[in-house]
Design a protein around this ligand. Sequence first.
Ligand SMILES: C[S@@+](CC[C@H](N)C(=O)[O-])C[C@H]1O[C@@H](n2cnc3c(N)ncnc32)[C@H](O)[C@@H]1O
Length: 244
Amino acid sequence: MCDASRKGFSYFAEIAESYDRVQAVLSPPYERGLEMIVELIPFDPDARFDFVDLGCGTAEPTARVLERFGRSTATCIDSESEMLRIAKRKLTPYSGRVEVREGDLTDCTIPSCDLVFSAKTFHHVHPDRLPSLIARIAAALRPGGCFILYDTMSVGPGWSAAVRQQASRFRERHVQLAIDSGRVTREEIDARREYKRMMKAEGKDVEYEHRAEDIIRTMKKAGLEEAAVVWRLFADTILLAFVA
Ligand SMILES: C[S@@+](CC[C@H](N)C(=O)[O-])C[C@H]1O[C@@H](n2cnc3c(N)ncnc32)[C@H](O)[C@@H]1O
């Protein structure tokens, strides 16, 4: 069991080892969201291109892209060393094609590239820091490049109680199926939820609800074109934008 009061504690450091198994259970759209990132990449399977994964975590999205696009090369950036330790282990088969860097995405250098993507990470970034982050992404992208942003965010007017209830039923049914299949235990799920609740209460796991419309406006201001919502499953949303 995780200990939130431990000195030097960090949420993602504590959950890193079980992240891949539990994330896909707690977030029902996650698996499909990752598949969509791969599907949305506007390059041929044998194209050479460089990409950057911002907030790569355990590098599940990066591994999938490297696997599908055999001549692509990656830079993975995350601020949590425990997540990166698992990322490096997972990326061993692709070691000649990937660099893993520890850094804060709000101020790290984003290398020049053809594609930037980020999965389930921007909701940890304060809204005031999004414009400069998106401007740095736009500046890093080469002509013809593209930015794929996958995260939870609101789109359009707020949902009714009925839609929220439907989202909750969808999530709980997904969790129960995973428990029934033996992937996780109820105790593990309850403990993780309690741990996250505690972390939030202590201000150690900070999340923001961004609006898709605001991010799209910011993308356009940064010079990105055709920015739009291209996929959504409840709050999980993918935005796609291009460099001219
Ligand atoms: C929910 S995980 C998502 C990981 C991965 N992208 C995925 O789809 O599985 C969020 C990740 O964002 C990282 N993160 C949060 N804030 C960050 C920041 N300011 N700079 C770099 N990484 C950050 C965390 O360390 C964590 O690995």
